[in-house]
Design a protein around this ligand. Structure first.
Ligand code: FAD
Length: 439
């Protein structure tokens, strides 16, 4: 059987795993990326027709990863965010100009992101991309059995210095030995499962129907989110005067929406939008995604770390999922860069899976992760409830945000991806402060 050795093995070349692969070679870490589905295949679970709203922090992180120049020509600036509630008067408008910003962020298409990130991965020395190839088993020194994390086993007295991963590729089975394994294999993460890390799953019993439409009125960089008892409805500004539509509905209604004749679908979508941009026309391909929140009980175990949806999959309300995953990437890259520089200064070989490094990662990410998951879940619950208390809370909430500039600024800053300790890439700074760079 073929044997390979690498510093970092990333399982899953979706939006988050592939983004991480772009930065590791610059740190001198040999990286192997394993992805089950070819990125340009119609069945790619990651690079499809979805429009991705990216906050300012994410745009800067993507610049630091060397991806923004390829994305920018087809990215559409978000200059205003308009939030309203079906059946309630008034709306809240967050305006980037009012806050002295050119834009809050930008919208890119997941398919275009796939092209840019795969071109970048392919151009980098120091990344081995195995695709189509599927990770099937994982051994952290002692065989990993389901439930090991649950029982919080102490593990062997001498911590193993590598993880062994079995991979099934086109040319047969392989064994990979890595100092750090990153599970970026999505909400149904096999890595998480093999480690026995429990995950809390909340099924929203909703599906998001997505497609592209062209409204009769120009979007002028405005993103609309309309909260309804059955889930949010969003129109995201997109290239060529198109808008990305994300329509969350109860599970049972999704199939009907997909099957509706084009004219009827557009008429219903126009009605749901409250006429925000006039009449919706020119319907693109429709698809639906079941919505659930998945939250791993921990994001590191031994030399393995969970990233992106494998650690936390959230409802698309507020468009936070990939943004959160990119902040995972930025923090991990920053900690790895500092570790590599310190190791080289000390004349030692860097160990990207060092326990102290992974503990620092988990501690740094916890507050942002918990707050973002909590906020997203609360938005769905509060706007999905017809109780008098919930109705009172949301009209008070919307009124307060509408009236108070400091609250608007705080909300905008969070939507842009700034909360708690911010990683350097999200501020547009290099991974290491001047003077910290390895000599
Ligand atoms: C309708 C909708 C709209 C959204 N809009 C936004 C938005 O506007 N902004 C935003 O920030 N987020 C948005 N999101 C969230 C965003 O799509 C996710 O956060 C993002 O896809 C997570 O990326 P990931 O790489 O962690 O996981 P995934 O994209 O699921 O990628 C996981 C990858 O791992 C691979 N894989 C799985 N198992 C294995 C294995 N054993 N071996 C090898 N490879 C494997 C899969 O093939 C896949 O490519 C939206 C989500 C939905 C559903």
């Amino acid at each position: 059987m073929k044997q390979l050795e690498t510093d970092v093995l990333i399982v899953g070349g979706g939006l988050v795993g592939a983004s991480l692969a772009c930065v590791l070679p610059s740190l001198g870490l040999r990286t192997t990326l394993v992805e089950a589905v070819p990125p340009r295949a119609p069945s790619s679970p990651s690079y499809d027709d979805r429009t991705l709203a990216l906050g300012r922090a994410s745009c800067l992180i993507l610049k630091g990863l060397g991806l923004w120049d390829a994305l920018e020509p087809n990215a559409t600036s978000i200059r205003q965010v308009v939030v309203s509630e079906l059946g309630a008067p008034g709306r809240v408008t967050l305006d980037s100009a009012e806050m002295g910003l050119e834009r809050f962020g930008a919208v890119v298409e997941a398919r275009a992101f796939g092209v840019a990130v795969m071109d970048r991965v392919g151009s980098l020395e120091g990344v081995d991309f195995l695709c189509p190839a599927r990770a099937t088993a994982l051994q952290t020194g002692a065989p990993v059995t389901a439930g090991a994390a649950d029982r919080d086993e102490a593990g062997p007295a001498t911590p193993p210095d590598a993880v062994h991963v079995s991979v099934e590729g086109e040319s047969g089975p392989m064994q990979l030995k890595a100092r750090l394994v990153v599970g970026a294999d999505g909400a149904d993460s096999m890595v998480r499962e093999l480690l026995g890390i429990p995950a809390e799953v909340h099924d929203y019993a909703q599906a998001a129907v997505i497609c592209n439409v062209t409204p009769t009125e120009p979007h002028r960089g405005r993103a609309f989110e309309r909260m309804t008892p059955t889930g949010p409805f969003a129109l995201l500004p997109h290239a060529g005067e198109r808008c990305g539509l994300v329509w969350c509905v109860p599970d049972a209604e999704a199939a009907d929406l997909l099957a509706l004749p084009e004219e009827m679908f557009l008429a219903r979508a126009t009605e749901r939008s409250g006429g925000a941009l006039g009449t919706l026309r020119r319907l693109g391909r429709r698809s639906a995604y079941p919505l659930k929140q998945v939250r791993a009980s921990r994001d590191t175990l031994g030399r393995v770390l969970l990233l992106g949806n494998a650690a936390h999959a959230i409802h698309p309300v507020g468009a936070q999922g990939f943004n959160l995953g990119l902040r995972d990437v930025a923090v991990l890259a920053e900690l790895l860069a500092a570790h590599v520089a310190d190791a080289r200064d000390a004349g030692e070989a860097p160990d990207p899976g060092a326990p102290a490094l992974l503990e620092a990662y988990a501690a740094w990410r916890r507050p942002d992760r918990e707050a973002t998951i909590g906020w997203t879940h609360d938005m769905v619950s509060v706007f999905g409830s017809e109780s008098v208390l919930a109705r009172g809370a949301r009209s008070l909430g919307l009124a307060a945000v509408g009236l108070l500039p400091p609250l608007r600024r705080r909300l905008a800053s969070r939507a842009m991806g700034y909360r708690g300790k911010v990683p350097r890439l999200a501020l547009g700074e290099p991974l290491l402060a001047p003077g910290e760079a390895a000599s």
